[in-house]
Design a protein around this ligand. Structure first.
Ligand code: NAD
Ligand code: UDP
Length: 311
């Protein structure tokens, strides 16, 4: 039985990871400051004797003895990470330093939840891990993008300088149950709007693309990455290459919810990437043939069924 710390464990992805790692027979410590996460996401785990919940902010040091750390703590939705940009940078950078320090002391293996945002508005398509990205360092997304890029640098340098066992997952747009209804990301926004027959808010003309991954596929990829041999340290894309325009996504959600919603066009936010699609050849090679199993329609149906009773 491994003792595993999950920072951001009460958030959307973290809650799924807590459940899966407990199911696999591990002891899980979930750490969260509840900025965007909530106890309701992990309420059904509270009585599990192998589950522990800690209210803590990773910008402050944390002491514990563990075998593995999944560092997920960080708001992920643009409206939330732009709410207090300095705090977002502190969470990514000081949080990484604190968690890497913990790893250095305990020799725990540590996985960083990095992001496709390190590629910015990419001018190489699809994006392989070797692409250095096209990020505006002073734009409104930079608190997140540059924070995550700095965290990757910290991870690599703690490995080189202090021999910390690191893994870096570059996660592409992920969705599923436990997303907050007011999270602000496109899939939760559209599903909630469609279920309420309210206008579907498309930012820009809807021709920008994203590649959407169902959360179970991501969790499988993260665990496989954590379990790779110690020589695998470099970033690995984890995403679903199925690429859709935002307009296609809106049409699909309207169809699956049988909604009467109309489309409303709103201004495109600053530096909104035009296209995004993961090259997952490396993940496929390193993670035992891993590739996503759940296509967009199947994943959307599961997510719609989650939102229906709570809307
Ligand atoms: P989320 O907002 O649902 O979860 C983040 C969790 O971190 C929340 O529970 C929040 O309360 C907690 N948190 C934030 N700041 C903290 C701090 N200073 N100390 C302790 N806890 C803190 O987002 P998510 O979608 O579950 O994302 C989880 C991780 O995955 C994030 O690091 C995010 O950057 C990364 N990621 C997510 C996606 C995606 O599409 N969901 C894509 C790329 C990367
Ligand atoms: N988007 C949109 N309407 C919304 C929310 C988002 O058209 O209500 C667009 C957004 O401008 C972006 C895409 O959907 O082009 C994905 O946005 P999200 O915030 O989910 O993820 P990210 O931009 O971080 O990839």
């Amino acid at each position: 039985m491994k003792k595993i710390l999950i920072t951001g464990g009460a958030g959307f992805i973290g809650s799924h990871l807590c459940k899966r790692l407990l199911k696999d027979g591990n002891e899980v410590i979930c750490l969260d400051n509840y900025f965007t996460g909530s106890k309701s996401n992990i309420i059904d785990l509270i009585d599990n004797p192998y589950f522990e919940l800690v209210r803590h902010d990773i910008t402050m040091p944390f002491f514990i003895e563990v075998d593995e750390i999944y560092n997920l703590a960080c708001p992920a939705s643009p409206i939330h990470y732009q709410f207090n940009p300095i705090k977002t940078i502190k969470t990514s950078v000081m949080g990484a330093i604190n968690m890497l320090g913990l790893s250095k002391r305990t020799k725990a293996k540590i996985l960083q939840a990095s992001t496709s945002e390190v590629y910015g508005d990419p001018n190489i398509h699809p994006q392989p891990e070797t692409y250095w990205g096209n990020v505006n360092p002073i734009g409104s997304r930079s608190c997140y993008d540059e924070g995550k890029r700095c965290a990757e640098s910290l991870f690599v340098n703690y490995h080189k300088q202090n021999d910390v066992k690191i893994k870096i997952a570059r996660i592409f747009n992920t969705y599923g149950p436990n997303m907050h209804p007011n999270d602000g990301r496109v899939i939760s926004n559209f599903i909630v709007q469609a279920l309420q027959n309210k206008p579907i808010t498309i930012y820009g003309d809807g021709t920008q693309t994203r590649s959407f991954q169902y959360v179970d596929d991501l969790v499988e990829g993260l665990i496989r990455l954590m379990n790779t041999t110690d020589d695998i340290i470099g970033p690995v894309n984890i995403g679903n290459p199925g690429e859709f325009t935002i307009l296609q996504l809106a049409d699909e959600i309207i169809k699956l919810t049988n909604s009467k919603s109309q489309i409303e066009y709103l201004p495109l936010p600053e530096d909104d990437p035009i296209q995004r699609q993961p090259d997952i050849n490396l993940a496929n090679k390193l993670l035992g043939g891993w590739s996503p199993n759940i296509n967009l329609e199947e994943g959307l149906i599961k997510t719609i069924n989650y939102f229906k009773p709570i809307i």
